[in-house]
Design a protein around this ligand. Structure first.
Ligand code: GDP
Ligand code: MG
Length: 221
């Protein structure tokens, strides 16, 4: 048995009586992956960052420090996921255009997928640059909530009060000119599907813990 707000099932259908109506309760229970990237660990702000997630009421159900292998980093940022790679290429092209730079000079092409593949190497390099702290957070709307607390991907655009807005000023202009990933301190799963994939990529089932948080009934009952 579990409390309704903290059940693993997203939609619970309760049959009241035979032949009478049923009640559907949507709990939006989710797990999501957070990585405190090498820049966050090196800067010694791991505690600050984790505190922000804890304060939201989300439950920390797994954590470990790990030096990601190139293989793990390549699975996390998959070169074979066309949509992700092309999106990265388009974004990079956009910021080069904004700066009035010619993508041909840096990448030898202006084709989004080909550029995205080159940027993917920067992402793998940045994730394997040192130890990371991996976390799984659980709670209603966990994916959206964690993204909100993390802030905009680009620290220069992230609001004050968010992790990326408060602790970084990095921008595409700086990062692209140095041919590296933007240093934005945290990774947070982008949507529910990505979260399910990433939680399973970084943690085994045995590493995901189950316990009653002191506040959970006060926040969801
Ligand atoms: P996220 O989900 O907010 O982390 O953003 P994405 O999934 O779109 O991008 C993955 C990572 O790529 C980001 O966290 C940044 O470290 C990096 N990144 C995103 N956009 C850019 C960019 O325009 N230039 C560079 N150099 N890196 C970027
Ligand atoms: Mg992402």
């Amino acid at each position: 048995m579990c409390d309704i707000g903290f059940c693993q099932v997203n939609i619970i259908n309760i049959q009241l009586e035979p032949h009478t109506q049923s009640v559907t309760i949507v709990s939006n229970m989710e797990k999501t992956l957070v990585l405190l990237k090498p820049d966050a660990v090196a800067r010694g702000i791991v505690g600050e960052i984790i505190t922000r997630f804890e304060k939201s009421g989300l439950k920390l159900i797994a954590t470990k420090m790990i030096e990601p292998s190139e293989d793990l980093a390549n699975q996390h940022y998959p070169a074979g996921r066309r949509e992700f790679i092309e999106g990265m290429g388009h974004k990079t092209l956009g910021s080069y255009k904004e700066q009035g730079l010619d993508p041909h000079k840096v990448f030898g092409t202006d084709e989004p997928h080909a550029i995205g593949l080159q940027v993917q190497h920067w992402l793998v390099d940045s994730l394997t640059a040192g130890p990371v702290i991996a976390l799984v957070l659980e709670g209603p709307h966990a994916v959206e909530l964690v993204r909100k607390i993390a802030g905009n991907t680009l620290p220069i655009k992230a609001e004050p009060g968010t992790i990326r807005g408060d602790y970084s000023f990095d921008s595409p202009a700086l990062a692209n000119s140095e041919k590296r990933a933007i240093r934005n301190l945290v990774h947070a799963s982008g949507d529910k599907k990505e979260a399910d994939f990433e939680v399973n990529l970084w943690f085994t089932d045995e590493e995901l813990h189950s316990y009653d948080a002191a506040h959970q009934n006060h926040m969801t009952a």
